[in-house]
Design a binder for this molecule. Structure first.
Ligand code: SF4
Length: 235
């Protein structure tokens, strides 16, 4: 397992929990808004973080830490992810997984083996041909059913979870947010996040303005037609 970054202690990556957050390399998407694009485009520019070092840190601090958040990049690309989750859980720590939902088989297996305690899945756009591919930056028109499959697996899993959409002005409006929320009916949580232009991968997106707080409130109202407790992060 290659690990390309760590935040040894984070208070913000899992609501109410103190965690270590680790970053796995590479991704099969190329979202223009990606904040971790160096990890996606040039993962070898980061030094490996030795797993032995992390295991010693986690063992020493397992009374203080609640768990480990595994993010990326796209963690489910890595075939040895289940082993990593199992190793973390053997230390008595919980596991939160961030995913783009492109690997339903991996999700099903992690859930079946009880290797994840919380799943946060990005849903980037309405599940319509071209809309999703435009945001994901790759042609996934033939893969939309796999994204919906991941959504359904997570909602029916019994594992605590949230779905998230990074909303971009000029790309996402109330119609888009409502359409996404409709595909998430039954989800425990749905969170909208403001796109932050200066961190974007795409030079074009860097020029876009951010949504105001009032505009975010209106988008959340659209989501609440299907997910009553929807909110935007920062609210
Ligand atoms: S799926 Fe996530 S890590 Fe991959 S390009 Fe999109 S935002 Fe970045």
């Amino acid at each position: 397992m290659r690990i390309k970054g760590v935040l040894e202690t984070s208070f913000v990556d899992w609501d109410g929990k103190i965690v270590s957050t680790i970053f796995l390399p590479s991704c099969n998407f190329r979202c223009g808004f990606c904040h971790n694009h160096r990890l996606v485009l040039e993962p070898e520019s980061f030094e490996d973080v030795p797993l032995d070092y992390l295991l010693r840190f986690w063992r020493r601090n397992r009374d203080f830490l609640d768990g480990v958040c595994i993010t990326g990049g796209e963690p489910t690309l890595h075939a040895d992810l289940p082993q990593l989750c199992a190793t973390i859980k053997e230390l008595g720590l919980e596991v939160k997984l961030d995913t783009n939902g492109s690997n339903p088989e991996m999700l099903r297996s992690l859930i079946k083996e009880k290797l994840v305690d919380y799943i946060a899945m990005d849903v980037k756009a309405p599940l319509r041909a071209n809309d999703y591919s435009r945001i994901a930056g790759v042609d996934i028109n033939g893969e939309l059913s796999r994204i919906q499959e991941s959504i359904d697996i997570i909602i029916t899993s019994g594992v605590d979870h949230e779905f998230r959409t990074t909303v971009i002005k000029g790309v996402h409006g109330e119609d888009e947010v409502e359409a996404i929320a409709r595909s998430l009916q039954g989800a425990r949580r749905y969170v909208l996040q403001k796109f932050v232009p200066h961190l974007a991968m795409s030079e074009d997106l860097k020029k876009l303005p951010m949504f105001s707080d009032e505009e975010m409130d209106a988008l959340v109202e659209a989501a609440r037609r299907y997910i009553p407790n929807a909110k935007w992060r920062g609210k």
